[in-house]
Design a protein around this ligand. Structure first.
Ligand code: ADP
Ligand code: 5GP
Length: 204
């Protein structure tokens, strides 16, 4: 009882700190992370199969045709998508599965899995976001400008999300997300088998 896996979507503008916060969450083995497929080139240090599955556009399109992606989107010139098999297997095992994906993909997931929990992770201002993007030092000025333009659009879709988590300090953001998951586990609509268990000897 109260141990069904939750599909947790973490979105937010590029540079918000999603990767950093997700790394922190992953220290707890009640979470597992879905590795996406992308047509973007690897950044220094990124590894095939743990950062992303890096694929050509033709390979990516084939995955779409074969129905192997739960969702996908075009983001700043590159395709990104979530392999469906891993997500379904892990949810069936009762794990909380994290998808770190952008807004268009998050909306597609919510349509397919209405009980997915959508979190928008963000610093408190666009200027803090720009500082983080520049501080990360992984994109050139043109790409940073494109990602900031995109951020201005993404934040307008905030009403599609269930929760906003401010990433002021990584530790605060992580703790907030853990609280959300703990609260969601006890939602009555996720535990429709409660009456049966209650009447048949109790919940475990
Ligand atoms: P995203 O995955 O959302 O694009 P990253 O996790 O790569 O973002 O973080 C972007 C940059 O901001 C990195 O240099 C990271 O170290 C830094 N960062 C992440 N969280 C915070 C925070 N709470 N305060 C200050 N800097 C942060
Ligand atoms: P980056 O290039 O910085 O790794 O990722 C760019 C954006 O793509 C981020 O907002 C990230 O969350 C998003 N993203 C990563 N994987 C996926 C995915 O599988 N699907 C979708 N829709 N977005 C993704």
């Amino acid at each position: 009882m109260f141990d069904k896996g939750i599909l947790l979507i973490i979105s937010g503008p590029s540079g918000a700190g999603k990767g950093t916060v997700v790394n922190e969450l992953m220290k707890d083995d009640r979470f597992c992370l879905s590795v996406s497929v992308t047509t973007r080139r690897p950044r220094p240090g990124e590894k095939e199969g743990s950062s992303y599955y890096f694929r050509t556009e033709a390979e990516f399109k084939k995955l779409i045709e074969q129905g192997e992606l739960l969702e996908y989107a075009l983001f700043c010139g590159n395709f990104y998508g979530t392999p469906i098999k891993f997500v379904e297997e892990k949810l069936a095992e009762g794990k909380n599965v994290i998808l770190e994906i952008e807004v268009q993909g998050a909306i597609q997931v919510k349509e397919r899995y209405p009980d997915a929990v959508l979190i928008f992770l963000t610093p408190d201002s666009i200027s803090a976001l720009e500082d983080r993007l520049r501080g990360r030092g992984t994109e050139n000025d043109d790409v940073i400008a494109m990602r900031l333009r995109r951020a201005r659009e993404e934040v307008k879709l905030i009403q599609k999300y269930d929760y906003i988590v401010l990433n002021d300090l990584v530790r605060n953001a992580t703790s907030q997300i853990n609280k959300i998951v703990d609260t969601e586990k006890y939602a009555a609509e996720r535990n429709t088998d409660f009456p049966k268990k209650f009447l048949n000897g109790g919940v475990d």
